[in-house]
Write a protein that binds this ligand. Structure first.
Ligand SMILES: C[S@@+](CC[C@H](N)C(=O)[O-])C[C@H]1O[C@@H](n2cnc3c(N)ncnc32)[C@H](O)[C@@H]1O
Length: 250
């Protein structure tokens, strides 16, 4: 990934910051650099950031994606206030960075939503992105919605593109790992095809059975290119698992 030229980055209000409130910009930079180690990010990359919130990952990309080279960024999220903030503060100065609200129902985050995530069509053309990022998003989608989002990502991905995604992946060994460590997430409940943390708000933290997920990934024409296991079952950590996916013919 090229060096990032200095761009003045404005930080959203604390209530809109995702994943790291105190070191929001620095953590975003680190996460974009980590993405770039596994999936190419360059001036001409067309990026889709699913569940982008207020554009935490967009901010470090401002200095990388170059409009004249074809680079662009699209993000969408169920939180309309985050989208409004990012549109006003980022798109106004960087028109190749665009944000859209998707009116998908979510019990806590978008209770007025009128669209079921399990039927949602991403508002983009097929094969129009080189990199699709799901950073801590499948960890909030239940299986039917997750399957639809995977299928839509596969549709929107260019033939040489990559999907960078983070997950809580549940394997045979996971329960024993959790039982012998002090952890943040134990996913004690079975919920449809997922394991969840909280039955009152199932989407607050969602784990996927790894084998079943790999079948779903292959079922939409994708394969796993890289898998990195996070330390969430062995530490008090959010350290999620990472899957980089590519088209099976790519
Ligand atoms: C933990 S935050 C991560 C935000 C962002 N990806 C980042 O790295 O900072 C999860 C995000 O997913 C969004 N989200 C949850 N369900 C969604 C859905 N069905 N469609 C799009 N976004 C969703 C939430 O509103 C929230 O902004």
């Amino acid at each position: 990934m090229p060096d990032m030229p200095s761009v003045v980055l404005e930080v959203p209000p604390a209530s809109m910051r995702t994943l790291s409130e105190a070191d929001y910009i620095e953590q975003g930079r680190k996460d974009v650099a980590a993405i770039g180690e596994l999936a190419p990010v360059q001036a001409s990359t067309r990026v889709l950031d699913v569940g982008c919130a207020a554009g935490r990952l967009a901010l470090p990309l401002l200095g990388v994606l170059d409009q004249a080279s074809g680079g662009r960024y699209e993000g969408f999220d169920v939180r309309d206030d985050r989208i409004a903030w990012a549109t006003e503060r980022i798109t106004a100065s960087f028109p190749h960075f665009r944000f859209q609200h998707c009116n998908v129902y979510n019990q806590a985050l978008n209770p007025q939503g009128t669209i079921a995530g399990s039927t949602f069509t991403f508002p983009y053309q097929s094969a129009s992105f080189d990199l699709i990022v799901f950073y801590s998003v499948f960890t909030h989608l239940l299986e039917a919605e997750g399957r639809q989002y995977l299928a839509e990502a596969a549709r929107c991905l260019s033939p040489n593109g990559r999907i960078y995604s983070t997950w809580y992946l549940w394997e045979t060994s996971t329960a024993a790992d959790i039982a012998s460590h002090d952890v943040m997430w134990s996913f004690p409940y079975q919920w449809g095809g997922n394991r969840i943390q909280d039955r009152e708000f199932p989407e607050s933290a969602v784990a996927y059975y790894r084998d079943r997920l790999l079948d779903d990934i292959n079922g939409v024409g994708l394969v796993v290119e890289t898998e990195r296991r996070g330390n969430w079952p062995r530490a008090r950590s959010h350290g999620q698992d990472i899957l980089v996916l590519r088209p099976s013919g790519g």
